[in-house]
Design a binder for this molecule. Structure first.
Ligand code: HEM
Length: 174
């Protein structure tokens, strides 16, 4: 894994991105704005599942309206995040919060898939009702917590001096 990061770090396009004055702030700003679009809309959906908002709107009406925008935000977010990483891979290789963020994103992805392929299958039974099944509520709460974790760890990535002590002791960057 380390050699892959080092290889990218030495690529001329990675160096050019790193040395450009405007690229990093432009990418980071776009990353944050697209995150707002994506995470904001997903939070709305999760809050509907939990029963905190839009309670009179049938659950199955929401995806077609919200998800194209949420996916657009997510796509831009992944591309800009990938380019930020591409521009300074060795800065993030030993960054605890980077790996924590990737792990949280993976778990959030599993939660989404589980919800989609298991819980959502029975949506017709609870679509109109005010009572959302516990499995759907749980998926909503877990999703809110995981995406909040992704946002927090994303922000924390900038603070190389604030990695946990036990992580520093692993000496991954050495
Ligand atoms: C492929 C996926 C992603 C990659 C590779 C990625 C990578 C990055 C990188 C390299 C940074 C810069 C960290 C620094 O300031 O040093 C960053 C910042 C950040 N990312 Fe991501 N990211 C991804 C997805 C996401 C997602 C899905 C979210 C939230 C839903 C997110 C939220 C954030 C936040 C809040 C920041 C901090 C912005 C700031 O400093 O103001 N990222 N990300």
């Amino acid at each position: 894994m380390r050699s892959a990061f080092e290889w990218v770090d030495a690529l001329p396009s990675s160096i050019a991105l790193r040395e450009s004055l405007n690229a990093y702030p432009t990418l980071l700003t776009t990353h944050v704005v697209s995150m707002c679009l994506f995470a904001g809309l997903i939070a709305f959906w999760d809050m509907r599942l939990v029963g905190l908002t839009l309670r009179k709107v049938p659950v199955s009406n929401i995806p077609t309206r919200l998800f194209p925008w949420a996916l657009t935000g997510y796509g831009i977010n992944l591309i800009t995040g990938g380019l930020l990483l591409y521009s300074q891979p060795m800065r993030y290789y030993d960054n605890f919060y980077f790996w924590a963020k990737m792990a949280l994103m993976a778990v959030a992805g599993f939660n989404m898939l589980w919800f989609h392929y298991a819980t959502y299958k029975s949506v017709q039974a609870w679509d109109q009702g005010r009572e959302i099944p516990m499995s759907a509520r749980l998926a909503g709460v877990v999703s809110l917590a995981l995406w909040a974790g992704v946002v927090v760890t994303g922000r924390m990535m900038a603070y190389a001096g604030l990695m946990p002590e036990w992580w520093n002791n692993l000496n991954i960057g050495a």
